[in-house]
Ligand binder design. Structure first.
Ligand SMILES: [Zn+2]
Length: 227
């Protein structure tokens, strides 16, 4: 079964993807991770991707689609995948769905202040890389090794608000587009005080029957989950 996760920055797509991947035997493909891998390895693609992200801008469609299709063509994706972070626009979705069949969209809704509180609070230790969140951790030093904490460039508040508003501008159009193609949309709401596990179990309560049905009828094989 092939699933696309859709939701604002900081909605918790990553957590939902990991649980779904585990329960349904799917591969979690994060476009952000693919980009970061190219950046870390300083490939030509990585260098151009980095320039866009550092400015808080979106990576252009042709580049993004080529990078994602390349990843989905690998053998481990043959039995189904959860795509996270892509497509972001109707143009991307339309080009993408011509190349890959998608069984369902998981739509995570979240409001702006929740996203700002979560992402602007996210810090990492520069020494041991332990993640921290100022929502819970009040100090300016790492709780594990005492090293200095730093933010990811695209987690600063003004950039977070820009990313959220970029997302929000296309959200309705995206959902309308998927519905026009009769792609099943499975919604779940992300709340500020909402550990990932509880969001996921709410999601399963609402949608496990649909997911099992989709898994059973999908061309890409995956496990049946009992709940
Ligand atoms: Zn540390």
């Amino acid at each position: 079964m092939n699933i696309v996760l859709f939701g604002g920055p900081g909605a918790g797509k990553d957590s939902i993807a990991k649980f779904l991947a585990e329960d349904f035997g799917l591969v979690h493909v994060s476009s952000g991770d693919i980009f970061r891998k190219h950046i870390a390895e300083q490939t030509e693609i990585g260098k151009s991707v980095k320039a866009y992200i550092d400015q808080g801008n979106l990576v252009p469609d042709e580049l993004t689609i080529a990078i994602v299709m390349d990843r989905l063509a690998q053998d481990d994706c043959a039995n189904g995948f959860i795509l996270d972070g892509f497509p972001r626009t109707v143009a991307q979705a339309s080009a993408f769905l011509k190349q890959k069949p998608i069984d369902a969209i998981v739509h995570i809704s979240v409001d702006e202040e929740t996203v700002v509180a979560r992402l602007s609070g996210r810090y990492k230790c520069t020494t041991c890389h332990e993640p921290h969140n100022k929502l819970w951790h009040k100090g300016i030093e790492c709780s594990k090794c005492g090293g200095p904490l730093s933010q990811r460039d695209d987690d600063r508040e003004e950039i977070v608000r820009k990313r959220f508003n970029d997302y929000k501008e296309t959200e309705t159009a995206m959902l309308d587009f998927y519905k026009s193609l009769l792609v099943k949309v499975l919604p779940v709401e992300s709340k500020l005080v909402d550990p990932p596990k509880s969001m996921y179990s709410r999601f399963l309560d609402d949608h496990v029957k649909s997911l099992n049905y989709i898994a059973a009828t999908s061309k890409a094989k995956s496990k049946d989950v009992k709940k």
